[in-house]
Design a protein around this ligand. Structure first.
Ligand SMILES: [Zn+2]
Length: 276
């Protein structure tokens, strides 16, 4: 039988389209799991909410900026085609990489950066960090950190936890390495074995948001924030996972989003204050 904590845990994992997790929901989630575990560790009591999970980035600083992010690569079967597609629309993106895959394809990581994209840490083996102790979390982050650093000759600055799961030690461990932790506003579930026709409407929210914020696309955005979209160019289970449906969905949407006035930016550009 599922406990309350397990049920919440599963619904959190399986909900394919969810808005940026708010601190409150994460707090409730964390508290419920702890309670289900018998109340042995009352996370919510031991760590005040503000320090419990730490702050994350989940929006861009302008309605005009769309930060497209890709998790679980590098993927030799998909990433090179994705880089070509992004080039076609002058799009820059952020790739959260799995360390053990980086070690197998360092040249692809180098090329990703050379073509103007940003790469970040997505742990060494893609575990559920919620279940790991502080030292295990540190090892996961540091192994991936060194894999990326060795591949591109510079340390990465951004981190995304696998599945978005965090416990009280995850963000402090990321901060030790100088990382900003990046979540998202939209995760459409492109890892699922569903046809492109299933995925396409799940990305409509980006266009809806742009239409509301930017009007006809010709006037500058007065205010507001933009989306961070979480897609996948790899599969954390194995190299060369099939993400051709993600590519097909982007082929459809990139020109449409561009015509609505969106700019495709890296997470660095997403948080950079506008130049005056
Ligand atoms: Zn992942």
């Amino acid at each position: 039988m599922l406990s309350l904590g397990s049920a919440l845990f599963c619904s959190f994992l399986l909900d394919p389209v969810r808005k940026c997790p708010k601190m409150n929901s994460v707090f409730v989630f964390g508290t419920a799991v702890a309670a289900a575990a018998g109340g042995a560790i009352a996370y919510g009591t031991a760590w005040p909410r503000a320090q419990l999970f730490g702050s994350t980035i989940c929006r861009t600083n302008s309605a005009r900026k769309l930060a497209i992010t890709f998790d679980d690569g590098p993927n030799p079967a998909i990433t090179p085609r994705l880089l070509d597609l992004l080039d076609r629309y002058n799009a820059r993106a952020t790739f959260f990489l799995i360390g053990r895959f980086v070690r197998e394809s360092p040249e692809l990581v180098k090329e990703t950066v050379a073509r103007g994209h940003v790469v970040g840490n997505h742990t060494e083996t893609h575990p559920n960090l919620f279940r790991l102790a502080p030292m295990q979390i540190r090892v996961e982050l540091r192994l991936c950190h060194s894999a990326i650093s060795n591949a591109i000759g510079a340390p990465p600055k951004w981190f995304r936890p696998p599945y978005g799961f965090r416990n009280p030690w995850v963000i402090p461990a990321a901060r030790e390495l100088g990382y900003g932790t990046v979540m998202w506003t939209l995760i459409p579930g492109d890892w699922r074995e569903r046809p492109t026709e299933w995925l396409l409407p799940r990305l409509q929210l980006i266009a809806d948001h742009a239409q509301r914020s930017l009007g006809n696309g010709s006037k500058p955005a007065a205010s507001g924030t933009g989306d961070v979209l979480c897609l996948h160019d790899g599969s954390h289970r194995q190299m060369n996972g099939d993400r051709s449906r993600t590519l097909a969905a982007l082929e459809y949407w990139l020109p449409r989003w561009r015509d609505l006035g969106l700019e495709f930016v890296t997470i660095e550009e997403a948080v950079r204050p506008p130049a005056f």
